[in-house]
Design a protein around this ligand. Structure first.
Ligand code: HEM
Length: 413
């Protein structure tokens, strides 16, 4: 946004294309546009400074300023990010989502109408993303299965062992799991019904990942097992805790069963290692007990999707093509949800008694890390883990509610 007048006109136009989050059975409403603003975007719109100061400190700093904490160092550091990500030029993020290509064109057209031929508004970055033909992400795994249920959303939970989260964990203005209303940006009209959105463009080194497993496995079966141990699920999505020996595609595809599990019968990790990505990211009941961590304070809604073409099945050579995941987080607490999980659970291993280990798949590896797989008679250790994921950029955003959008459009300072 070159100036606040143009910015407010954009918000005014967006108001007619951004839908409420009400669940719908109307297929025409299955495709939608979402708008979220960075700190610099709210500032460009002329939001008063005392209001800007009332936002979460991490949001105000922006993701690039949080790089050291997040482990975005070396190749992943903001100096190497795709421009203009991580700079104060990024003001607003629009996401157009659709279940199929036909409806995507229509929803993109709706989004385009809000900024095309609007002087003072320029599209400075665009990323196409889609589900790969396999329905899986670039490493070959089905993703997006584990999600918390949220009170009042109307969407039933997929893990019967997890009670729905209080709405205030995800949407601002409501009581959260602590029983309090989390700090909300002011004025009330701006904060209420808003949510923080984190997005990250994560490049995945698929050839390096495949070669790493190939070199350490005696057979294709063992290769699949080692890959599953790193994730906590088989490629089909079947959880290791339910199906520890082999993949079970029927289980992986069954939304009533594929997330219905706890770790209480596998506390030592013989089925699913404590260091596996999904178990780190949501240890469920594995941290229960004395001095336990309240896992419910560190949950998140994820809406990730893939970008770039698949590396064809079986290829172990890097083709130099950029591919990976656009990771999207939504929640009311960027620090205790997104940042906590990333820094304490994925990047660190203290909480599982393995301080020198970080997430084998998505952790900030430097070639010296390892991953412990508990097994009898002796545990197995995968050594010299290279980085399989490189951060290409990202932003902390705020997605306002509809009344807040109206307030932003009508600012008159
Ligand atoms: C390129 C990077 C990443 C890849 C390839 C990846 C892949 C996966 C896969 C395959 C699953 C299992 C499917 C599922 O349970 O939905 C998963 C689960 C999950 N991931 Fe990631 N992930 C990535 C980054 C992240 C990051 C950065 C975070 C958070 C900071 C995260 C948080 C989670 C959570 C919360 C779950 C669900 C765990 C559960 O509820 O059991 N992931 N991820």
């Amino acid at each position: 946004m070159d100036d606040r007048t143009a910015g407010r006109e954009l918000v005014r136009r967006l108001l007619s294309v951004v839908d409420s989050g009400r669940p719908t059975t109307n297929p025409a409403q299955d495709a939608w546009v979402t708008a979220a603003f960075t700190y610099w975007g709210l500032k460009a719109l002329g939001v008063p400074q005392d209001s800007l100061d009332s936002f979460a400190p991490e949001f105000r700093q922006g993701m690039a300023a949080r790089a050291a904490e997040l482990g975005d160092v070396g190749e992943s550091s903001p100096a190497n990010w795709e421009k203009p990500l991580g700079t104060s030029d990024v003001h607003v993020a629009l996401a157009a989502l659709s279940p199929d290509a036909a409806r995507l064109e229509a929803v993109l057209e709706r989004a385009r109408k809000t900024y095309e031929e609007l002087a003072g508004i320029e599209v400075i970055w665009r990323q196409d993303c889609y589900q790969l033909p396999t329905g899986r992400t670039s490493f070959g795994f089905k993703d997006g299965i584990g999600q918390p249920a949220v009170e009042g959303s109307g969407i039933p939970g997929s893990n019967l062992g997890e009670a729905p989260l209080k709405a205030g964990e995800i949407i601002l203005g409501y009581p959260d799991e602590t029983g309090n209303r989390p700090p909300m940006p002011t004025p009330e009209v701006l904060g209420r019904n808003g949510t923080y959105v984190v997005f990250r463009k994560l490049h995945t080194r698929v050839a390096a990942y495949r070669s790493y497993l190939r070199e350490r496995a005696a057979s294709r079966e063992e290769e699949a097992l080692l890959g599953a141990k790193m994730v906590g699920r088989w490629q089909s999505g079947a959880p290791l805790v339910i199906s520890p020996e082999r993949d079970d595609p029927e289980l992986g595809a069954d939304p009533r069963r594929n997330n219905d599990f706890l770790y209480k019968d596998d506390l030592r990790g013989f089925k699913c290692p404590a260091g596996a990505h999904a178990r780190r990211a949501n240890p469920r009941d594995a941290l229960d007990g004395e001095g336990s961590v309240d896992v419910r304070l560190h949950r998140m809604i994820r809406r990730g999707t893939s970008y770039g073409p698949m590396l064809p099945e079986g290829v172990l050579e890097d083709d130099g093509v950029d591919r990976g995941i656009i990771f999207v987080f939504a929640g009311a607490h960027p620090k205790r949800q997104f940042e906590f999980v990333k820094t304490q659970w994925l990047n660190d291993g203290i909480f599982i008694g393995a301080p020198s280990e970080s997430d084998p798949l998505v952790g900030p590896q430097d070639g010296s890390g390892m991953f412990t797989i508990p097994q009898r008679p002796i545990r197995r250790r995968l050594q010299a883990l290279p980085p399989f994921v490189v951060t290409r950029g990202g932003e902390y955003c705020f997605a306002p509610g509809l009344r807040a959008m109206r307030w932003l459009a009508e600012l008159d300072t």
